[in-house]
Design a protein around this ligand. Structure first.
Ligand code: AP5
Length: 213
């Protein structure tokens, strides 16, 4: 199963991708996670990308497309994958489509998580992530048992740099300008399933799983 999850920042793409990965045994490929790792390792890609990420802008299409097609060529992707945060522009979507066509393949489904802006800001501002295992928490909706510490691996939780103040606003603007056109793009191809992402994460998961059977 080759899936894409699209939706605004904080819609729950990562949360739902992890549920799907657990249920269907296919890897979650988050371009945001790959870029953050590259930035913390100070690779050439990471240093180039962090300027855009910290401004709430998109990393240039050619960099992300190369990065994703390389990742999709790995052995663990042969049975499928969940693309979380890619594509994010129509040129990225066309690039992916062409690349897959070259392999005689195509996407099976695109899930669009629809969440209104006021909920997004609250979700982003309260998100905390484990430095060790990457588990996601929320200060209000899904708090850890012990403040600041991961329930699973006991490592420290951190707040993403881009989950603060005006970077959140910039990310939401970028989404409206550059990613919203993808909804039409995939709807026209008959691939889009819209999911109401407002309910709590477990209820959204039920809708997601229902749409995948
Ligand atoms: P990325 O890391 O992909 O950020 P994003 O798309 O802005 O999405 P988020 O990770 O912020 O949110 P999410 O939808 O995954 O929500 P989550 O499940 O964590 O990208 C970061 C940056 O990298 C971009 O801004 C860009 O610069 C660059 N980049 C990445 N991909 C790129 C690309 N393809 N092209 C160019 N540049 C790219 O949930 C959020 C919080 O809400 C959590 O605390 C969670 O616990 C909570 N939550 C989740 N679901 C619910 C629910 N149903 N109810 C209540 N709380 C919930």
């Amino acid at each position: 199963m080759r899936l894409v999850i699209i939706g605004p920042p904080g819609a729950g793409k990562g949360t739902q991708a992890k549920f799907i990965q657990g249920q269907f045994g296919i890897p979650q490929i988050s371009t945001g996670d790959i870029l953050r790792k590259a930035a913390s390792d100070h690779t050439v890609l990471g240093d180039k990308a962090s300027v855009f990420v910290q401004a709430g802008k998109l990393v240039p299409d050619d960099l992300t497309l190369d990065m994703v097609t390389e990742r999709l060529s790995a052995d663990d992707c042969t049975k499928g994958y969940i693309l979380d945060g890619f594509p994010r522009t129509v040129p990225q979507a066309k690039g992916l489509e062409t690349w897959l066509k070259g392999l005689g393949s195509q996407l099976d489904r695109v899930l669009y998580l629809n969440v209104p802006e006021e909920a997004l800001i609250q979700r982003l501002a309260g998100r905390r992530t484990c430095r060790g295992c990457g588990t996601l928490y929320h200060l209000v909706f899904d708090p850890p048992r012990q403040p600041g510490i991961c329930d699973d691996c006991r490592r420290e939780l951190y707040q993403r740099e881009d989950d603060r103040g005006n970077i959140i606003t910039a990310r939401l603007e970028t989404y409206k300008a550059q990613t919203v056109p993808l909804i039409k793009f995939y709807r026209e191809r008959g691939l889009l399933t819209e999911i109401d992402g407002v309910e709590r994460a477990g209820k959204v998961k039920d809708q997601v799983f229902e749409s995948l059977v």
